[in-house]
Design a protein around this ligand. Structure first.
Ligand SMILES: NC(=O)c1ccc[n+]([C@@H]2O[C@H](COP(=O)([O-])OP(=O)(O)OC[C@H]3O[C@@H](n4cnc5c(N)ncnc54)[C@H](OP(=O)(O)O)[C@@H]3O)[C@@H](O)[C@H]2O)c1
Length: 323
């Protein structure tokens, strides 16, 4: 972890006028606060949401605080490749450049094994494969020339978790057909986020592409994630989890800071991991952190990439390297 004397907050976000961000899962929690603070800094924000009513409500909440904000809702269900393709097509048809893609949406520790529309285990399918497909499809907009010459490079920020620690990446059982367990499945999806974000950076760098890829984690933050995931379990511990988190975790606004830092701070470098500076990185202010050693396994990341291309049918088209 790098020492930080200055505690970075949303007040440090540089002006974002004429920039555009797409945030997945922006109707609640960390995604909502990411969108709100970007909008406050005059970034145009597109809320990628699976539920239109929740998306519209989030838009209204942002406009209540930032009346001049440019906010749109983009229907996007990351548990459906058809929906992801429709969302990407809709965005690409506008011809807009995408400055920031925030891969934030997620589901956690679902008590029973569930599947996406395409038959992927729901956590791996939503958290990793959905974002893998979305990012690949939006790459033309990310890499297109922006409206302002000399503007900062586009950034792709993927939200992982300290829960990646201790994950196993069993490539032969990615869909958990054998031995499904809620937390190991979540851990693996979050390790996959790290593999993806780091491998994407290596590929962008090799292609000399005008974008960087960064991975972040929000510590432990009080959001709907706990009620909608582990809170659905039958045990008393499961039922009490959301209340326990509400008592002890940091706020969702604080949890959005590492994402906002990675998306906007000038000192950010591609291929790095940013989290929180508190005890065991569970809370605090944004700093660069190190992921568990296995997250830097380039051979495994490349294999997961290839498998992800095959499963989603999305091939990344990066420019040929310019010498
Ligand atoms: N909170 C924490 O302590 C914590 C810790 C580590 C990492 N994270 C990560 O932070 C990210 C944001 O989660 P959060 O804590 O802010 O929880 P949250 O409030 O539950 O937000 C999750 C968002 O993802 C959306 N989502 C879920 N499945 C989706 C799908 N199939 N398609 C599109 N959107 C979908 C949810 O939409 P609905 O409202 O429609 O369900 C919601 O907007 C996740 O990637 C999570 O893994 C959170």
């Amino acid at each position: 972890m790098t020492p930080a004397t200055h505690k970075w907050t949303a007040a440090d976000i540089p002006p974002q006028a004429a920039r555009l961000a797409l945030i997945t899962g922006a109707n609640s929690g960390i995604g909502f606060h990411t969108a709100l603070e970007l909008a406050r800094a005059r970034c145009g924000v597109i809320l990628g949401c699976r539920d239109r009513i929740k998306g519209d409500a989030a838009r209204t909440r942002i406009l209540a605080q930032v009346p001049a904000a440019h906010v749109e809702v983009l229907p996007l269900d990351l548990a459906s490749l058809e929906s992801i393709r429709a969302a990407a097509d809709r965005f690409l048809s506008t011809g807009q450049h995408l400055d920031l893609l925030i891969n934030n949406a997620g589901v956690m520790a679902l008590p029973r094994r569930q599947l996406t529309r395409d038959g992927f285990e729901l956590q791996f399918g939503t958290n990793h494969l959905g974002h893998f497909a979305l990012t690949g499809l939006l790459m033309p907009a990310v890499l297109s020339p922006g409206p302002i010459s000399g503007a900062p490079m586009s950034r792709i920020v993927t939200v992982s978790s300290i829960a990646h620690r201790g994950a196993t990446m069993d490539l032969a059982n990615l869909q958990w057909e054998r031995g499904y367990r809620p937390w190991p499945a979540y851990r693996r999806s979050k390790l996959a986020n790290l593999f993806f974000g780091f491998e994407l950076e290596r590929r962008l760098e090799r292609a000399h592409a005008p974008a960087i890829s960064i991975v972040v984690h929000p510590g432990v933050s009080n959001t709907n994630l706990f009620a909608s995931g582990p809170g659905q379990g039958r045990s008393l511990i499961a039922k009490l989890t959301p209340a326990f988190i509400a008592l002890f975790a940091q706020s969702d606004a604080q949890g959005a800071l590492p994402t906002l830092y990675a998306a906007t701070a000038p000192e950010i470098r591609g291929g790095r991991f940013y989290g929180c500076d508190g005890f065991r990185q569970m809370y605090g202010y944004p700093v660069e952190v190190r992921a568990e050693t296995q997250a830097y396994d380039e051979a495994l990341a490349a294999r997961l990439w290839e498998i992800s291309e095959n499963l989603t049918g999305v091939q990344y088209r990066l420019p040929e390297r310019q010498s």
